[in-house]
Ligand binder design. Structure first.
Ligand SMILES: Cc1cc2nc3c(=O)[nH]c(=O)nc-3n(C[C@H](O)[C@H](O)[C@H](O)COP(=O)(O)OP(=O)(O)OC[C@H]3O[C@@H](n4cnc5c(N)ncnc54)[C@H](O)[C@@H]3O)c2cc1C
Length: 501
């Protein structure tokens, strides 16, 4: 039986008294507040796609417990499963034109493997299985918080123990936890936060046990507060077509002596397990798969957008402008090709499951951040100042005195003034608005700081032996010769003289 949230059930589930703060006040209902309403409705639309007869079979499958769930929420056992999961992810992403970074399928990258890896969590293994089951049955929406706030990066983590999330004490019912994490994206409209140290965290044994925690905190926990950033989604659709519906507010999450019931704990005061789960769970392999599918979808949109904007400007026949559109299209194709490799050429994981190869995940993780910077450059260099050659708002178009002037002076090479203004305002929402600036910051940083993603690539290549193979390859070359000349291969001839040099 399909027990997955419908859009309406999902919206209803958010009315739980959660402590979301904005502009000095508590938000009483995120489903009606203008800063969150349209984002919640966008997620609700995704849930409805799990039930829509036109998409239901493509989106859902049955897991080993017999539960009907989203195809990416259950573990994949073959390349075919990953391909089908890609289709389900891509459909959800198309509903947000690729601009919703933390849709519920993002955290499925971790949760899908939680039951098959349950033993990893030792005394909390049963919690892992139960959370997997609850998550898959409803397709729960989790946010995740793993990064400590940038209060003083120079200090060892344990010296920041009072400000960072840490266990204060334990009770019969669970752990009492206090501290903050930076940026819980989308959290105001989710069901729970997944809380853990980041994989690269240096937690010193004997000093940092209080910070070595992995747990879930439900959004209605009375001691949880979300302090949201300024919302970007309050504008009119004509002027802010993306931000007015896809603003996933990023919040600082603060726990103040919050009780985390034992049932919601995965790791408690265990330094090795608190960061080791990343490698074990397949999370990096899978979240980069989900993110790459999202980014490819977004680049389809951006390719269409640039192409239409240069046509409106009448620059589409110029050779350099055509080259820019061509380059953008190949970025989409490159990323889609990586997702194809990730699906068709997976690596084995726990219990007969498969996940995309870590090497492919690592490659797209680094490319992701570079791509978005280049997208901005292509838009800004090929559209010039045109994205701001638009009236201040839709109200100017409704002013009878201004309208004839606008019709005359704002039209496009191939379209009316209204069509051109609508298109260019869409461009600005992506590349220039508050929303666009945040979006760029997201693409650059969401997967880790620029150095860390590269350091991880080196660490993984070292651990998995590929770097050793590459070094041995160089040795093979160096073994072809020595100070006497060629010592092997077709270059070495018995009668030949050593090279002169
Ligand atoms: C829009 C947005 C949404 C986000 N959403 C989420 C979310 O939902 N959940 C979540 O957990 N996180 C989220 N993040 C946080 C994101 O994961 C981090 O921003 C990212 O990992 C980079 O970390 P940082 O911001 O702490 O930068 P830092 O790690 O502080 O890096 C800044 C610079 O300092 C350098 N640096 C930092 N530490 C060291 C060191 N020890 N040694 C040498 N150099 C160092 C880095 O190399 C880099 O050059 C979000 C971020 C953004 C921008």
């Amino acid at each position: 039986m399909n027990q997955l949230y419908t859009g309406a059930e999902y919206l209803e589930s958010l009315k739980d008294g959660r402590n979301v703060y904005l502009n000095g006040e508590k938000v009483t209902d995120v489903t009606t507040h203008p800063a969150f309403r349209n984002c919640a409705l966008s997620i609700a639309r995704q849930y409805d796609a799990l039930h829509d007869p036109a998409t239901r079979d493509m989106m859902t499958g049955v897991d080993d417990f017999g539960t009907v769930t989203h195809k990416f929420f259950k573990p994949s056992k073959s390349a075919q499963d990953l391909l089908e999961a890609r289709e389900a992810i891509a459909h959800w992403q198309r509903l947000g034109y690729g601009f919703l970074g933390r849709t519920p399928d993002y955290k499925a990258s971790f949760m899908a493997g939680l039951h098959v890896n349950a033993d990893y969590y030792g005394p909390y293994a049963a919690n892992a299985t139960r959370w997997y089951q609850d998550f898959t049955r409803k397709a729960m929406y989790l946010n995740h918080v793993i990064i400590n706030p940038p209060l003083n990066r120079a200090k060892p983590i344990h010296e920041m123990g009072e400000e960072f999330i840490h266990s204060v004490r334990e009770t019969d019912n669970g752990i009492i936890v206090s501290g903050a994490k930076m940026l819980a994206t989308g959290s105001a409209v989710t069901h729970a936060s997944f809380v853990a140290p980041v994989g690269s965290a240096v937690l010193e044994p004997g000093k940092a046990e209080a910070l070595a925690l992995v747990f879930f905190v439900r959004m209605d926990n009375p001691k949880l507060r979300l302090l949201c950033r300024k919302p970007y989604g309050l504008g009119h659709p004509f002027d802010h077509p993306l931000s007015s519906r896809f603003d996933e507010n990023d919040a600082v999450l603060i726990l103040d002596e919050a009780l985390i019931p034992w049932e919601d704990v995965l790791v408690y005061r265990d330094i090795e397990r608190s960061t080791g789960f990343y490698a074990k769970s397949g999370f990096p392999n899978l979240y980069n798969f989900q993110s790459a599918i999202r980014l490819a979808t977004k680049l389809e949109f951006m390719s269409g957008l640039l192409s239409r904007a240069v046509k409106a400007n009448g620059t589409d026949a110029f050779r350099g402008v055509q080259a820019a559109v061509g380059e953008l299209i190949t970025m989409r194709d490159m990323i889609w090709a990586i997702t194809t490799a990730m699906a068709y050429d997976p690596e084995p994981s726990t219990g007969g499951t498969v996940v995309p190869k870590l090497e492919y995940a690592s490659a797209i993780r680094i490319y992701n951040a570079q791509v978005w910077a280049r997208v901005h450059e292509l838009f800004e260099t090929n559209l010039g100042g045109s994205p701001i050659v638009v009236p201040s708002s839709h109200k100017d178009l409704e002013n009878p005195e201004l309208r004839p002037l606008i019709d005359r002076y704002y039209h496009g090479a191939n379209c009316t003034a209204v069509e051109r203004i609508q298109l260019l305002k869409l461009v600005w929402d992506v590349i220039g608005s508050d929303f666009g600036g945040r979006d760029e910051l997201y693409e650059r940083n969401f997967s880790g700081n620029a150095e860390q993603v590269r350091l991880d690539a080196l660490k993984w290549a070292t651990r998995r032996g590929s770097l050793a193979r590459y070094e041995a390859f160089v040795q093979e070359c160096m073994d072809d010769y020595d100070t006497s000349g060629w010592v092997r291969g077709p270059w070495k001839q018995e009668s030949s003289q050593p090279c002169v040099g």
